[in-house]
Design a protein around this ligand. Structure first.
Ligand code: PLP
Length: 433
């Protein structure tokens, strides 16, 4: 443990570069080495036995733990002010591992209706096959979460700032509802990153990231991570047998009793990651660690560019509306000012007066902005959801998912802002022809 492992000992920029990392003990390498080894030699038979019994911490096999991935886990846990973290091969894998650890077949949870489209499908369709049921509530009306809770509800899940429509609910009010029910609040903090917002400071018990987006930041590596606050009392009720009941696979060990404030992370790693296997590759961990070193610089620039582009679009005659929490016109502006003093990211949606045709022609007319399905890259990205990610849905379903025919999603990059605007301007002008 280095001094960097205390959240308050150093500033965010310092921790983004140093937390979890130290010069390599064997070689002195200053940067974190990429440990491309599947497995690790045991000292002797007793050492091996104690590793397998979870009595000693160390490396066995890279599906469970890897030294490069471990640096990333420590760094993000530190930046979020959490107790511990477990990385996964993608954001969706991280969500699966967290819910597998929380839910039994037949259980239920309540999620925000304003989520990344892939999460709506994962929760609403694929999880059903495992007997896990999800109802959706409105983050701008926290009491809808309380109303949707059932006897067998085991979690509330929201995005701190939603992808793609930049909706910010009253996070503390939603955290209070979870606390009243004795269940954890899970916050997907992907669109904010720990630089702009720390959900744990506002009542979240578990934070999830798709590191694929701003944390990596360069559009080159998939990844996901689950961070636990260490503050949730898993024994306050009998809702979480994964945490409080003896585990046969580990000689009757009880994860919460044995590991306490990092028991959830241990259970995810030692059972869910072990048995389902979506481990993060060490190269992706290295790429993401490198990205995080410049996270504060990039996020400041993403926010400044997005605020300029959003205001410019709002004044454009071809644009009907802009949904960005940083604009006064947004129904999330109050929560943005309460929770996001450094800005609310650079992903948002806007509507074209020309509808579906205008949307497809705009994305084809852009030359600097890339037409693709990702967000949180250094490059500016643009997408027309109704003709791509949401094309299987009916028009009513598209509208319900904030992906109606007129909607365009943009992820504002860190290029020269005048160049981003010039490209949008020429593409929007092309709509008149
Ligand atoms: C991309 C994304 C995910 C899914 O992450 P993957 O790394 O693509 O699996 C989940 N939540 C949000 C908010 C996202 O933007």
């Amino acid at each position: 443990m280095t001094d960097f492992d205390t959240k308050n000992a150093f500033g965010f920029e310092t921790r983004a570069i140093h937390a979890g990392a130290a010069p390599d003990a064997a070689t002195g390498a200053r940067n974190t080495p990429i440990h491309h080894s599947t497995s690790y030699v045991f000292d002797d038979v007793d050492h091996a036995a104690s590793l397998f019994n979870l009595q000693t911490f160390g490396f066995i096999y890279s599906r469970l733990t890897n030294p490069t991935v471990a640096v990333l886990e420590e760094r993000i846990a530190n930046l979020e002010g959490g107790r511990a973290a477990c990385a996964a091969g993608s954001g969706h894998a991280a969500q699966f591992l967290a819910f597998f650890t929380l839910l039994e077949p037949g259980d239920h949870f309540v999620a925000s209706r304003n989520l990344y489209g892939g999460s709506i499908t994962q929760f609403g369709v694929s999880f059903k096959k495992l007997g896990w049921h999800c109802d959706f509530a409105d983050p701008l009306n926290p009491e809808t979460f309380r109303a949707a809770l059932k006897e067998n509800s085991k979690a509330i899940f929201i995005e701190s700032v939603s992808n793609p429509s930049s909706v910010i609910g009253d996070i503390e009010a939603i955290a209070d509802i979870a606390r009243d029910s004795g269940i954890p609040l899970i916050v997907d903090n992907t669109m904010a990153t720990p630089y702009l917002f720390n959900p744990i400071d506002h009542g979240a018990d578990i934070v999830i990231h798709s590191t694929t987006k701003y944390l990596n930041g360069h559009g080159n590596s998939m990844g996901g991570i689950i961070v636990e606050s260490g503050k949730f009392d898993w024994a306050q009720n009998d809702k979480f047998p994964s945490m409080t009941a003896p585990d046969d696979a580990y000689h009757g060990l009880t994860f919460y009793e044995t590991f306490g404030d990092f028991g959830f992370t241990m259970r995810i790693r030692a059972v869910a990651l072990r048995d389902f296997g979506p481990a993060l590759s060490p190269t992706n961990a290295f790429m993401t660690l490198t990205g995080i070193e410049t996270l504060p610089l990039r996020m400041n620039r993403h926010v400044a560019n997005a605020e300029t582009v959003a205001a410019w679009l709002e004044d454009h005659p071809a644009v009907a509306w802009v949904s960005y929490a940083g604009l006064r016109s947004s129904n999330s502006y109050k929560s943005k000012n309460k929770y996001f003093s450094k800005g609310c990211g650079s992903v948002f949606t806007f509507g074209l007066k020309g509808g579906y045709d205008a949307g497809t022609r705009l994305v084809e007319g852009c030359t600097l902005l890339s037409h693709l399905a990702n967000v949180g890259d250094t490059r500016s990205l643009i997408l027309h959801p109704a003709s791509t990610t949401h094309r299987q849905l009916t028009e009513d379903q598209q509208i319900a998912a904030d992906a109606g025919p007129d909607v365009v999603r943009i992820s504002v990059g860190i290029e020269t802002v005048e160049d981003i605007i010039a490209d949008l301007d020429q593409a929007l002008r092309g709509l008149r022809d």
